[in-house]
Design a protein around this ligand. Structure first.
Ligand code: ADP
Length: 360
């Protein structure tokens, strides 16, 4: 597994006096469809919080509820401590100004220059032209586009357009940046640079960021914590390294399939539920327990007890996240159980995937 962008630190950020976002049992249905079916979550000040789910999971509805474009049927939505659910439209305006939005398709005005696009939220607030253009220049500098101030969006690459989108989202000094699939229209390299920029802004400004995405690479790249949603519910939530190292739900495992080592297909195709010359085991280990020479120790305790088939060690938030597949000979009937016990005692999660019928 390759390191995607620089890992974030694993330590939980210090608890703030209040959470920037707090949802309590938020529900929203459309006819018979429960788009949000009791979502509760909290995002701390300065945190990068990822929300991931497949298409139809409820992500757009959640974002629309967060920025007050959609009203939930029930539940609490607190932004900087204030419940926005019962607010009238004119009361919502100041809350929306505390939230900067970054969109998948950038949503720039093509007839305006880059600096005018960035300054637009300030124009709406009635800030003087010289002041808003000075702020726009400052932000364009922050996102690495100082030389494009007078350019028009059509002359920019996708990555540059998104940098303008991010600068515009920051113009009114929001408390929260809401990123709605901000990298989904970008190639992998540009995605990495935009994620690195968001991480940089998070560090420099201490800005709280909520990322909505369907891509685990985005979560892996910069999020501190992640909530996996499916059918309007949170199915799993935790620190990113922990969820990557120990996914519980089928949906999380499936979202991770592209970026965790998988048993090679030709081996998987040979597996049967019994018989065979080798048992094939998956071995997962993450976090502080993953330090140390697990396989060297296994080899010393049980010589010739296994063969490495596939796998690797990733580092997420500075924590090792390891996933290996090993083959254990079946000729000694007790060996598989001994290997399993040894690894389990070292905090590894071990699963017998099947028996290889044809290994030579
Ligand atoms: P996601 O953004 O994760 O793809 P959505 O929030 O768009 O998910 O949708 C969640 C579910 O709610 C889906 O089943 C979708 O069809 C339904 N839904 C969302 N908005 C509406 C709407 N305005 N009218 C009817 N159904 C909707």
């Amino acid at each position: 597994m390759n390191s995607f962008v620089s890992a974030s630190t694993v330590e939980a950020k210090p608890a703030a006096a209040e959470d920037v976002v707090r949802l309590v049992n938020v529900k929203r249905s459309f006819g018979d469809t429960a788009a949000l079916d009791g979502i509760s979550l909290s995002v701390r000040k300065g945190e990068i919080f990822g929300i991931i789910g497949r298409s139809g999971a409820g992500k757009s509805t959640l974002i629309r509820c967060l920025n007050g474009l959609e009203r939930p049927d029930s539940g609490e939505i607190r932004i900087e401590g204030r419940d926005i659910v019962g607010l009238a439209e004119n009361e919502l305006q100041p809350v929306r100004r505390r939230i900067g939005m970054v969109f998948q398709h950038f949503n720039l005005l093509s007839a305006k220059t880059v600096e005018e696009n960035v300054a637009l939220p300030l124009k709406i607030e009635g800030i003087a032209k010289s002041e808003r253009l000075a702020r726009a220049r400052e932000l364009l500098d922050l996102v690495g586009l100082a030389d494009k101030a007078k350019a028009y969006p059509a002359s920019l690459s996708g990555g540059q357009k998104q940098r303008v989108g991010i600068a515009r989202a920051l113009a009114a000094r929001p408390a929260l940046l809401l990123s709605d699939e901000a990298t989904s229209a970008l190639d992998p390299e540009t995605t990495r640079s935009i994620l690195a920029l968001l991480k940089d802004i998070n560090g420099k400004l201490g800005l709280t960021i909520v990322l909505i995405t369907h891509e685990m690479e985005v979560i892996r790249g910069i999020a501190d914590r992640v909530a996996v949603i499916d059918a309007g519910r949170i199915v799993e939530e935790g620190q990113v390294w922990s969820i990557f190292g120990n996914p519980e739900s089928a949906i999380t495992k499936s979202l991770l399939a592209g970026i965790r080592p998988q048993l090679p297909e030709h081996v998987a195709a040979r597996l049967s539920s019994a018989g065979g010359t080798e048992a094939i085991l998956s071995v997962d280990l993450a976090g502080p327990q993953a330090q140390g020479a697990l396989f060297a120790d296994l080899s010393a305790a049980h010589p010739h007890s296994f063969r490495l088939v596939h796998g690797g060690i990733d580092h997420i938030q500075s924590q090792p996240v390891a996933r290996f597949f090993i083959a254990v000979p079946t000729r000694d009937p007790g060996l598989k159980d001994e290997v399993e016990q040894f690894l389990t005692a070292r905090s590894a999660r071990v699963e017998v995937l099947g028996y290889d019928t044809d290994h030579v």
